[in-house]
Design a protein around this ligand. Sequence first.
Ligand code: FAD
Length: 384
Amino acid sequence: MSLIITPECNTTFAYIDTANSYVRENIASLVKTPYFRHFKLDLDKQCKFWNAQHFCATENCAVEVLPISEYDWEHVSNEDVRPNKLAQISVEDGTNLTCDEEYTFIDDGHECVYVDLVENPERFTGYGGTQSFDVWKAIYQENCFPETTVNTAFANGDVMNLTSSTDGICTEKQMFYRLVSGMHASIAVHLSNDYLNPETGEYYANLKAFMERVGAYNDRLSNIYFNYALVSSAIAKLNTISPVIDSIKRDEGKIPFDQLVDYEGPLDALTTMFSQSKLIDTSSLFDPEVVGPTLKDEFRARFRNVSAIMDCVGCDRCRMWGKVQTIGYGTALKILFETDEEKDDITFKRTELVALFNTFDRLSKSIESINNFKKLYLQHLDDV
Ligand code: FAD
């Protein structure tokens, strides 16, 4: 898949398909638990890049906001957690990284609301046209490293062949592009898999939409698998720094016991699976002697911008899932590139853990859907 996957890593598409079939049920049930289904965000934050309108053209774009009293325990526990051996929860503490060292912006303020991600699924909303095109364009053209996007649709034609465009481009810059493109492709898989039939009002798996957006592009498919490998490796690493369940258990007093036990099984299965099989090796990346002293700063600044662009998405439901996923990828990057044996005082906000596991669920569901679309495609070939 890429230079950063080492020969000893067993990372073929088929391998990930199989691994995913083992963990799919676990991650799907984990994100339905109270801790992981409630997400805090500011839905009305102004876009700081251009004059974007926050309005939903259709009711499918809407997000239902939770009345805060219904989940008081969750509200109280919305403090930073420290998934490391030494530290305790500290309400005052944010993250120990300075703002410039973070990978994403996280909403925090009086305007924030809570949403139930399960009740507001990621699916077809009808958001499109120049509005969404301009957002993607700003992400690729202005925020990806320029040399990685020269062959994208926004420059010349529609085909982006990463393999032929990567000569001489360092792995870190390729990774940035693949993360963004994989997120874009995963969103497209979900909206194709839950596509609205305007006549019946029902959602169904639309093979044509899938093929047009993702299925016909090997690079887009491959970038989804790449993101799966990256995020699962981050989850495995996080658990070696300190088991995630310990972070959640520190909120024990605020979470009813019967809800707490829900987390243990799925989390255990997930982290065991990915600790045993290393899907990707990122340990040699961002070596200042190889890439220079400033590449990491630039990488972080560009990724923060991508996360800030989510405020410019003119559909609440899409903006919400865009925020979940950019924060999720940012958290994965933070785990992979900012934590090690010496730096065990890095903190993570609850929002980051929620976003990380929901982003992994999105990728896991994408891979399941891709395999279902493969079957639909073969059936379609038989029928013609
Ligand atoms: P777009 O997906 O808008 O893509 C624009 C151009 O980018 C394409 O013409 C193509 O050349 C290129 N491109 C496409 N995919 C890739 C890729 N993976 N890698 C590299 N280049 C690519 N719509 C929903 O229905 N539900 C949602 O939940 C949703 N969430 C969104 C979240 C965000 C953050 C954004 C910006 C948009 C979201 N949308 C959502 C809209 C959706 O992503 C598309 O923009 C819309 O469906 C129009 O699709 P399109 O086929 O015209 O091309």
